[in-house]
Design a protein. Sequence first.
Length: 289
Amino acid sequence: MKNYKQLFILGNPRSGTSLLRIMLNCHSKIVIPPECGFMIWWYDKYKNWAYENDNDLAILDDIFASKKFETWNLNKSEVVKNIIEFKPKNYTELCSVIYLTYALKFSKSIETIGDKNNYYIKHIPILNKLYPNAKYIHIIRDVRDVACSYLNIEKLETDSLYKPILSSDVDEIATEWERNNLTTLNFFTTINEQNYITIKYEDLILNNKTIIKQLCDFLDIEVENAMFNYFDENKKFGVEPKETIDWKKKTLEPLDYNNIAKYKRELSAEQIEKINNKTKQLRKKFNYD
């Protein structure tokens, strides 16, 4: 089986990870399917999996039953066909075949398989075991704007089964933001510095072309115009599925500069002070004064 490059997008919830996923997925050489954590969920049960005969395909029953996996709209017979063709030797390669099957829906000839899931921050060691040479993009956003987004999610009316369950307590939000970002940054100290990059959400919005070029250089690919027209691609192909679009509608629109420093309009002075006191050191590191 061909060796594909592996990419993971990491970030605290409501930090622009979905926006970044869609931008990168618009590249002809990259596929990053909708969020689904099946790779982690079934790791303990199937980490020693190997394909020898059709009896080994029972694993697909579990994967296809995974939460949110239906948003990929894959045909099980196509996955089986690709498993037989590519003959994955282990669980890692099996996961790659499933991602490839998703890519083939869009007639993509890819070089990089990507994945985005905020949940992965709690399971980075497993990602590293599965893909020891993976590259990581970490996106960080001002904690006070993250708090605004958390609070707006609480008000969101949606019929989706997958509405995020997020805290509405600013102390808890600040603690989670700091923990998640420090966990990611600490992991980066254990791997090759060429395999990770940290960007700021604000830079992605305000200096979009520069940051996309930086990320493409990091991934060793050329910039493609479709990445800047991500909202049109999303509208046309449903890159973000209908089951989760209610809280990701910004991915259907051009970049919104008003989404930066909105905490000055939406949070009270007391809320801002609480968050500032809890996150002073990490905010200073990233110049969130």
